[in-house]
Design a protein around this ligand. Structure first.
Ligand code: NAP
Length: 459
């Protein structure tokens, strides 16, 4: 077999793995793939984003493991773009680079008081309960009676669910131990989820909504009264299903002594108040008004409510982070592209949320990857004349592996990741959990180290 192309994929979340899989399926030219990851662990949001109580969604990692077994696939962890390796260095050594970087930051509410302690981004909370090594020390004040989650998407529902699910249920999951410990001391009795528009405009999906009605010891309340009195005619099927689920949940009688999960619509936080930390949230009451295109928007009616809360989590959308030297659309929060090829750049491509913004579910990345890889192969395939000198050179994979080891002596290879994975699963077995995550980079690297051969040049 002759290697025609060697492609670097930067990022090993779902979009990176599906891009690799699509590249490996090509036969003319044949492609080798090196996936580079800044963490010592793969799987991106499947490990650090999908809620711990959603093991079925996380099981897509089995597919990623199968992709990783391909003979022309290599995974390299603990190598950070812009820190350990530069774009330029990658472009000098690989025929093409695909950025699968996700949307690593979050949108802000842009209201006074947002900087107070107790005002946090859902991205951080999600990373914290999932054991992402950047967030083990996040301080989540759960000593108040009420926590507020702003946003009406699936991330808001994940966070709200995690804040009210009994610890007895969470401790069967792979939730980070530090989160389990903090949640076990929580005084929160009410989680208030705020939507700036109405229930028909929410972006969550029906399955996730239905789950709210199944949390042990939690009653769901829908506010304000009458907000579900909407005619279903003409609404998309997904919205109709969501409204039906909300009506079913809202019709249930409330029980004494339960935690409450309150979905309050037509409310926007306009200020967070408190001395040093969040104590109160001022809410604007909104009306729905149609814009010129007929889209229903929230308009401040002028009426106000003030509520007590010790924690405000903003789950109002993720946003991509620019890559030095590449164009970036700051409004949409992604890298502009033409069918996946970075605008104005040769041999550089994007997939996933850094390409299309933070939308869609894990499977959406398959179609997305197909488009980008089709573009790449059309650009660099036979007869394109765009490949690097040395394409097809059989020593190139070993040279690339050796080079990566010089750039990051603590590089984690597949062997190192398997050692981490095994250690976590073994620790989980003893507690009847899928795994107990290692949450500090130093512990992850220590677990990997025994399996790594320093400076090894892989075949
Ligand atoms: P999202 O679906 O875009 O939801 C963002 C929410 O924030 C919307 O309700 C939006 O309201 C609201 N919002 C934005 N700016 C606001 C502001 N200034 N004030 C108040 N509300 C504001 O995004 P997401 O929840 O972050 O999810 C990202 C993607 O991941 C989605 O595709 C989601 O389906 C997916 N995901 C899936 C799962 C799952 O399948 N279980 C779990 C998690 C995430 P407007 O509509 O009014 O703008």
């Amino acid at each position: 077999m002759v290697d025609a192309l060697h492609v670097a994929v930067v990022g090993s979340g779902p979009s990176g793995f599906y891009a690799a899989d699509t590249l490996l399926a090509a036969d003319d030219p044949v492609v080798r793939v090196d996936v580079l990851e800044r963490l010592p662990t793969p799987w991106g949001l499947v490990r650090s984003g999908v809620a711990p109580d959603h093991p079925k969604i996380k099981s897509v990692a089995d597919t990623f493991d199968q992709i990783a077994e391909h003979e022309r696939f290599r995974w390299y962890g603990n190598v950070d773009l812009g820190v350990d390796v530069t774009r330029k260095e990658l472009l000098q050594r690989y025929d093409a680079v695909i950025y699968a970087l996700g949307a690593q930051s979050d949108r802000h509410l842009e209201v006074p008081g947002e900087q107070l302690l107790g005002s946090v981004a859902a991205t951080d909370v999600v990373g914290w309960y999932n054991g992402h090594p950047h967030y083990p020390d996040l301080e989540l004040p759960l000593h108040g009676e009420r926590a507020v989650v702003v946003g009406n998407g699936n991330v808001a529902l994940d966070v709200a669910r995690m804040l009210c699910t009994p610890v007895a249920d969470l401790n069967r999951t792979d939730i980070a131990d530090h989160a389990l410990e903090v949640l076990s001391r929580s005084s929160v009795r009410e989680v208030l989820v705020l939507g700036r528009r109405g229930p028909a405009q929410a972006t969550w999906t029906t399955l996730e909504l239905r789950e709210l009605g199944d949390i042990d010891g939690v009653d769901v309340v829908v506010e304000p009264p009458g907000v579900l009195d909407i005619a279903d005619d003409g609404l998309p099927p997904l919205v109709r299903r969501n409204l039906a689920s909300l009506r079913t949940i809202a019709d249930r009688p409330l029980r004494a002594g339960t935690r409450r999960l309150v979905l309050r619509f037509l409310r926007s936080p306009v200020a967070l108040r408190g001395s040093g930390h969040v104590e109160q949230v001022e809410l604007a009451c909104n009306d729905l008004v149609a814009d010129d295109a007929g889209r229903l928007l929230a308009r401040d009616s002028g009426a106000r409510e003030v509520i007590d809360a010790g924690l405000v989590v903003r789950a109002v959308g993720y946003v991509g982070v620019p890559v030095e030297g590449l164009p970036f659309d700051p409004v949409a929060g992604h890298i502009p592209h033409d069918e996946g090829r970075v605008v104005g750049h040769e041999r550089e491509y994007v997939v996933g949320w850094i390409k299309r913004g933070p939308t869609g579910v894990i499977g959406t990345n398959k179609k997305d990857a197909r488009e980008t890889v089709r573009r790449l192969l059309a650009d660099l395939g036979p007869g394109s004349g765009s490949r690097l000198d040395g394409a097809g050179d059989g020593d190139r994979p070993a040279r690339l592996a050796a080079w990566l080891h010089t750039k990051q002596p603590e590089l984690v290879t597949d062997a190192g990741w398997h050692a981490i994975d095994t250690a976590e699963r073994l620790a989980g077995e003893a507690q009847e959990r899928p795994r107990v995550k290692l949450v500090h980079t130093s512990d992850l690297l220590a677990a990997a180290r025994g399996a790594e051969e320093p400076g090894r040049a892989e075949p």
